[in-house]
Design a protein around this ligand. Sequence first.
Ligand code: UFG
Length: 343
Amino acid sequence: MRILVTGGTGYIGSHTTVSLMQQGYDVTIVDNLSNSDKNVLDGIEQIVGKRPDFCQVDCLNEQALNQVFDTYKDIEAVIHFAASKAVGESVEKPLLYYRNNILSLINLLEAMHRHSVKHIVFSSSCTVYGQPDKDHLPVDETAPIQKALSPYGNTKQINEEIICDTAHSDASLNAIILRYFNPIGAHQSALIGELPNGVPNNLLPFVTQTAAGLRDKLRVFGNDYNTPDGSCIRDYIYVVDLAKAHVCAVERMLQGKTKEQVEVFNLGTGRGLSVLEILNTFMRVTGVTIPYEIAPRREGDIEKVWANPKKANEVLGWKADTPVEEVLLSAWNWEKHIRNLNN
Ligand code: UFG
């Protein structure tokens, strides 16, 4: 069975490709390499012992995308990761984000229809919930969708709607929407991991780069939030656990177990951790001191959000249970690997 993974050389895509291949699936990756590196394929091959098929194709290129489906006639399902994902950049360049993230999905759904591929897993985000009110924390899938705080977030909401509308018009289409909380860490082998472009926006890559001496200090954005230590709270989920959820989702669809044409799952641990807790745990488990200062709040940040993952636990039979200490160490091992640091 072959799975098409768009964005498969990216952070979550590469870990998911590994999980799929380890479960015996053949994988074809489609990626335009706009925010990833072809060397990732070597890392995947070293871990799995087999190289995934790779097509350097932009999902905006309809013709090239259709060609992939023509070439690989055994594609049974698609996992769609390929998208632009920097929140700040999306505010500066909204049209780029709308064009890339929305047209890519439209092209993909059309190509799937043309080639009678019926199953899609879509990479969405907890950003669709905005700041849930206290009655909806931890947040489950029934929590209201709130107006997006950025064009990036809006593309996730619009894409979810496009999938629902398309499924409504085509009874044979089956979709699973996965709403991720905050993915962190890297594969245990330290052969694949997150490769941020330029100065990282996300917390963990900034922490590991500071630990490696690439950045002077970490800025903790705000210590006056309404949380126990004043810093923001998120649900940090190990990227390898997250990858496994995609295999469960694909299997559920291929085995005809879905109960609804479009199913939605929150993927998180169920545990919220503050920025300062992450920072202190990182320093404790790695033994590396991270210089940091308290900085003003970052515009658009949500105060606290963490998942109720009960539905995914029960229905997908999946759980994110890797201890955060291990996850933080995996992030550090990866950073050391890419910087050629020995200890
Ligand atoms: N943070 C810092 N200093 C930094 C970077 C981050 O204090 O240098 C803090 C942030 O203020 C926030 C927390 O660390 O409190 C996590 O920030 P990230 O940028 O890592 O993650 P976000 O929760 O802001 O963003 C994530 C995804 C987005 C998604 C968003 C909303 O990266 O794609 O969740 O769900 F849109």
